[in-house]
Write a protein that binds this ligand. Structure first.
Ligand SMILES: NC(=O)c1ccc[n+]([C@@H]2O[C@H](COP(=O)([O-])OP(=O)(O)OC[C@H]3O[C@@H](n4cnc5c(N)ncnc54)[C@H](OP(=O)(O)O)[C@@H]3O)[C@@H](O)[C@H]2O)c1
Length: 342
């Protein structure tokens, strides 16, 4: 099998490349060469998806049985369409890693693959620098743009040659945003630890390696595939997540659970200031049953936490990324909230 991975330098793309090489497949990666490190064993082609001449040069390295697209999180639909048109003659199947944010109901309603998707933003580049609403953490622009990129893929390749994969939040070794790494470092530091909301709240992150394995399996599927990717609804909880962080770091600290209303009164930004704390009722109610029927397996969250800690403990650090700076509460603010309730 010969595949092209758009991305491949970090996190999901890197996991896809490693998995493909383990299967004995030939892999070409395409990145700008700005971030991450090419995986040894893959042919690394450098260029920018926003430059048509770079895409034309990439196409000369084909043909491939499939492309797995992991690098379109910040691209607009017209850039993705330009790439799909250039690659279509030299690629058999397009496996596109999208997001649950394409659903209109995200993150306020339970979702399955029949849920309504945003009407696609198809024209010009949207204002991607516009931050999500700071209180709620919701950014519908992102969902609309990703819906537009899905449309660009299916429009060019046709439904029968496309897989659309819609993961919820992805965690695991190599995570660069700093969500799970932040909690691991915080629990390691110990002391009284501000734990957000209800320990019984559902928690539904998916392991990067499980997304990668499923994306690779999609290469050999036939017909149009659309799947959500998350752990089974209700299997994991916020309490279980933080306890796993405490256990693996050998924390001597103590979790103090503080109600959502109090955190909101203190003006805490959801999703980023206490990473992964999001109170919307649909956040962890993503139905992935179609993926499970197609062979998707999601490992226990405790394994994701443990392996990420081992990855960090080996001296690995997340790739510097501007989104990382937004994550984490200052010790002074955490202490002020703890003082107000303790
Ligand atoms: N992370 C999550 O929690 C999450 C959740 C749901 C869905 N997703 C989706 O999963 C996919 C993978 O996400 P990710 O967070 O692993 O990676 P990402 O940030 O979307 O992609 C980064 C990779 O793409 C390359 N890249 C970026 N812009 C490029 C350009 N213009 N031309 C060529 N290469 C470019 C980067 O390398 P260079 O910088 O060297 O170019 C890097 O290897 C995305 O489509 C994202 O929307 C992610």
């Amino acid at each position: 099998m010969r595949i092209l991975v758009l991305g491949g330098g970090w996190f999901l793309g890197r996991a896809v490349v490693s998995g493909a090489l383990e299967r004995g497949w030939e892999v070409t990666t395409f990145t700008r060469g700005l971030s991450g490190i090419p995986v040894p064993g893959a042919v690394a082609v450098h260029g920018d998806r926003e430059r048509p001449e770079d895409l034309a040069r990439l196409a000369d390295h084909g043909p491939w049985d499939a492309v797995i697209d992991t690098s379109a999180s910040e691209l607009s639909p017209h850039v993705v369409r330009s790439g799909t048109r250039t690659l279509e003659p030299v690629v058999g199947r397009y496996v596109y890693v999208s997001t649950v944010a394409v659903y209109e109901g995200w993150p306020t309603e339970p979702l399955n693959t029949c849920s309504p998707v945003w009407a696609a933003l198809t024209s010009t580049r949207p204002d991607t620098t516009q931050p999500p609403d700071s209180a709620s953490g919701i950014n519908p622009d992102y969902g609309r743009r990703k819906a537009g990129t899905e449309h660009a893929v299916t429009e060019t390749f046709g439904l029968a040659r496309t897989s659309l994969l819609r993961p919820g939040v992805i965690l695991g070794p190599g995570e660069y945003v700093g969500r799970l790494p932040w909690w691991l470092h915080r629990t390691e530091r110990g002391g009284l630890i501000l734990a957000p909301g209800d320990p019984a709240r559902r928690f539904q992150a998916v392991d990067v390696r499980d997304v990668a394995t499923f994306a690779l399996d999609q290469v050999v599927h036939v017909g149009h595939q659309v799947h959500n990717l998350g752990t089974p609804i209700g299997r994991e909880t916020m309490g279980g997540f933080l306890q796993a962080c405490m256990d693996v770091t050998g924390s001597t600290g103590e979790l103090l659970w503080v109600e959502d209303e109090i955190l909101l009164r203190h003006g805490l930004r959801q999703w980023t200031e206490l990473p992964l704390w999001w109170i919307h009722p649909g956040v962890s109610v993503i139905d992935s049953s179609s993926a499970v029927a197609a062979g998707f397996h999601s490992r226990p969250l405790a394994e994701t936490v443990t392996d990420t800690w081992h990855w960090l403990s080996q001296g690995n650090t997340p790739v510097p990324h501007r989104r990382r700076a937004k994550h984490g509460i200052t010790p002074a603010k955490e202490q002020a909230i703890l003082d107000s309730v303790h």
